[in-house]
Design a protein around this ligand. Structure first.
Ligand code: ADP
Ligand code: ADP
Length: 227
């Protein structure tokens, strides 16, 4: 369960530099699937990284469930992130890749096994648990990355162009799988993409960014008159 409030968020990477995020204001309700869309360099990743705590907020406030988060460490934010390049450990099996965060948390072995198996089941990875990432297809690798996020039971998912390394056919398939996953888990999600079709077909609400500023916020119907 999490709602988010971004209030007058600004970002400058250095004192003299340009503002790459300018007065970003957005309230996100628990369970929403929000898509940030806009051209490369418009500030999507930076905003996501500020929410995750991987980048400092220059000014403004980030609230999660009403609590100010600006100075909370990433590991204490109850957020799971999925990246474009999967960020899997090549020497570890699929099982160990999915289990990694749970092992660090020192969860009991039985509980780890059952969580990993449940995630593998949701994602159709049951037969691949012993394989190494290099023996998987791109889509399977991205499912492992999703599995790693699922087992954390985080109340927020942040996805940074998770499908952009996949071919067109697989992108369409994984789009549907991510939505299915969302309908099942109802985890508050922010999904970043430069692909309008992804925004249209996946979002509850779309946030259109350009040059560090919000241009428009609305449902696919409000924004593009779709479907
Ligand atoms: P997007 O995700 O929309 O492609 P980014 O948030 O990655 O955009 O980048 C927004 C702007 O900030 C770009 O001009 C980019 O070059 C700049 N930028 C991103 N990361 C850094 C950084 N670590 N240091 C300085 N500038 C950065
Ligand atoms: P993305 O599109 O996801 O932001 P990039 O390839 O643009 O990926 O950026 C990769 C990494 O480089 C990120 O950690 C980002 O913060 C950093 N980065 C991007 N632009 C700049 C920049 N102009 N100066 C320094 N670091 C940057």
């Amino acid at each position: 369960m999490a709602d988010l409030s971004l209030q007058h968020i600004h970002k400058q990477y250095d004192n003299k530099g340009l503002e790459v995020v300018k007065d970003f204001n957005l309230d996100i309700k628990n369970g929403e699937f929000i898509v940030f869309v806009g051209p490369s360099g418009c500030g999507k990743s930076t905003t996501l990284r500020m929410i995750a705590g991987l980048e400092d907020i220059t000014s403004g406030k980030l609230l999660i469930n009403g609590q100010e988060m600006n100075n909370v460490l990433p590991k204490n934010r109850d957020i799971a992130m999925v990246f474009q390049n999967y960020a899997l450990y090549p020497h570890m099996s699929v099982f160990d890749n999915i289990a990694f965060g749970l092992k660090i948390k020192r969860l009991p072995r039985k509980e780890i096994r059952s969580k990993v198996e449940e995630a593998a089941n949701i994602l159709g990875l049951e037969q691949f648990l012993k394989r190494k990432p290099k023996a998987l297809s791109g889509g399977q690798r991205q499912r492992v990355a999703l599995g790693r996020a699922i087992v954390r039971d985080a109340s927020i998912f942040l996805m940074d162009e998770p499908l952009s390394n996949l071919d067109a056919k697989l992108r369409v398939q994984m789009r549907a799988e991510i939505i299915k996953l969302h309908n099942r888990l109802k985890t508050t999600t922010i999904y970043v993409t430069h692909d309008q079709t992804e925004a249209l077909t996946m979002a509850d609400r779309i946030v259109i960014l350009n040059n560090g500023e919000i241009m428009q916020v609305g449902t696919p119907k409000e924004v593009y008159n779709y479907p």
